[in-house]
Design a protein around this ligand. Structure first.
Ligand code: PEP
Length: 252
């Protein structure tokens, strides 16, 4: 099945108003109307409304970096799915390794966030991946399967149809060390086959992004892998020209 490539910028806690205005001006001028590649930008929460206005009629999409699993309530500092939907988000990242590692998010919480994203019509971008010790111990597939099972258990296999999974080996995030195309394909192939063992339809419609030190120089090679449907880009998405070149690598 032909899947439209998807390239997502995760700006993390970077960028303020002037920077965003300048970035979008530069990016849109160079990209024109994106054709064969879907491009999504995920700014910090407080800049979503500014970005929503800047992205009008550009063909670029917008996502959030996190959400709370409740619709509303006494959860100081949190943001809900309906709020993200109202402000113009189509996507939301769930279970990023920084959320799991630095903020203690468990597999169960990640699953609840995935369910909330689905409930409020946001496409979840579910991050999975092993750390360095887990790879060295040869447990990559076990770890990824555990992370997938947590979501499968709560949401069921149909929730994966049209969803996005980002395979992000923790040892490759922000380190400058990228998984080789073969390592990426092996993990992506495992994820696709595992989901296919529950439902061929969900596996075929789901996009699997690679994340971890993607740069302009390695994007095209990663893009050639059969089960790599795009990229989740952190550091390199902060420079408009570099991010543009990464998108071009996935456009072919
Ligand atoms: C990320 O944080 O999702 C990521 C992939 O970061 P980087 O591209 O900087 O490795």
């Amino acid at each position: 099945m032909k899947r439209t490539p998807l390239v997502v910028a995760n700006w993390k806690m970077h960028g303020q108003s002037e920077w965003i205005k300048h970035y979008i001006h530069e990016f849109v001028k160079a990209v024109g109307k994106p054709g064969q590649c879907e491009i999504v930008l995920c700014p910090p929460f407080v800049y979503l409304s500014q970005l929503q206005v800047l992205l009008r009629e550009t063909g670029l999409g917008m996502g959030a970096q996190n959400l709370h699993d409740s619709e509303q309530g006494a959860f100081t500092g949190e943001v809900s799915g309906p709020m993200l939907k109202e402000i113009g988000c189509s996507y939301v990242v769930v279970g990023h390794s920084e959320r799991r590692r630095l903020f203690g998010e468990t597999d169960a919480q990640v699953a609840a966030k995935f369910a909330a994203a689905r409930l409020y019509s946001l496409v979840p971008i579910l991050c999975v991946g092993e750390n360095e010790a887990e790879r060295a111990a040869g447990t990559t597939e076990r770890i990824v399967q555990r992370q997938l099972d947590a979501v499968l258990h709560v949401c069921g296999i149909d929730a994966f149809a049209g969803a996005v999974i980002a395979y992000e080996p923790v040892w490759a995030i922000g380190t400058g060390v990228t998984a080789t195309p073969a390592q990426a394909q092996a993990a992506h192939g495992f994820i696709r086959n595992y989901i296919a063992s529950h439902s061929e339809a969900s596996a075929g419609s789901m996009r699997i992004l690679y994340g971890g030190s993607v740069r302009a120089g390695n994007a095209a090679e990663l893009a050639q892998q059969q089960d790599v449907d795009g990229a989740l880009v952190g550091g390199a998405s902060l420079a408009a020209k570099e991010f543009l070149a990464i998108c071009a690598g996935f456009t072919g």
